[in-house]
Design a protein. Structure first.
Length: 255
């Protein structure tokens, strides 16, 4: 893995912005390479994976239906914004929409239903030492006041491993399968074959591009995570992440 680490370090050093990555062979954790793994990034939609894990550990009924006017309307990604305000959706469907389509309204419903403090407490329980959830999705007023959601690639790796290690449990298995249905493949797996399953989540804000998940392949099971902040261009950042993803996959496949 040293060759891969040297290549990635040299590559990201030439890029605009602040980059972090972590790649871990889950069967051989000693084969972990990383850069700036404790650097704090605005989490963007990556925090939705924490919400998903908290939901799995909660006693909320996945079949309970909630009206989508349970929280105020918000813009951004998703499908619920197009539905009538009195539409009711199951908690399980909300979880799917939150991850697969990165639905912000579904996310805010789940944050309110679970309780923001309970989500933070779950992060603390998992020893995600630098992770903070302090605002709803699209709450830019809270962001201006300094209440932001934060993650590191190290904490996000721990979170992914927690879901992976508990996938034998029904609720966590649902979460594991939801992550495999992520529809945004324009970052790390952009140059991968479409039939390659990546259990992952993407995140984007202005000047922020993140992606990270677990790849199960015949050559091994790997956590692959890249966060980039303070970019001059989201488009360029996303494109470079795709190039990195291509190199990482090819290296691991031929290792």
């Amino acid at each position: 893995m040293n060759k891969l680490q040297n290549y990635l370090n040299d590559y990201v050093q030439k890029l605009d912005g602040d980059w972090s990555y972590l790649i871990c062979n889950l069967q051989k954790p000693q084969e972990t390479i990383c850069l700036n793994e404790h650097l704090l990034h605005k989490s963007a939609s990556m925090v939705k994976v924490l919400i998903l894990a908290t939901l799995c550990a909660s006693d909320l009924d996945f079949n309970e239906k909630i009206s989508i006017d349970y929280v105020p309307y918000v813009e951004g990604g998703g499908a619920l914004q197009e539905m009538d305000s009195d539409t009711k959706v199951s908690i399980k469907a909300l979880a799917s929409l939150m991850i697969v389509l990165s639905d912000n309204l579904a996310t805010n419903i789940l944050i309110k239903k679970l309780g923001m403090n309970n989500i933070q407490n779950y992060a603390d329980k998992l020893n995600l030492k630098q992770t903070k959830i302090q605002r709803y999705m699209m709450d830019f007023e809270a962001s201006k006041q300094g209440r932001e959601n934060y993650l590191t690639v190290n904490d996000y790796h721990k979170l992914l491993c927690h879901i992976y290690d508990n996938r034998h449990l029904e609720r966590f298995n649902i979460a594991w399968q939801i992550l495999a249905r992520q529809q945004f493949r324009d970052r790390i797996p952009y140059y991968w074959d479409e039939n390659i399953v990546f259990h992952h989540k993407t995140g984007m804000l202005d000047f922020v591009e993140h992606d990270g998940g677990i790849l199960e392949a015949d050559f091994g099971t790997y956590s692959i995570i890249i966060f980039a902040s303070n970019l001059k261009s989201n488009a360029i950042g996303g494109r470079e992440m795709g190039k990195l993803g291509q190199y990482i996959y090819n290296y691991l496949a031929q290792k």
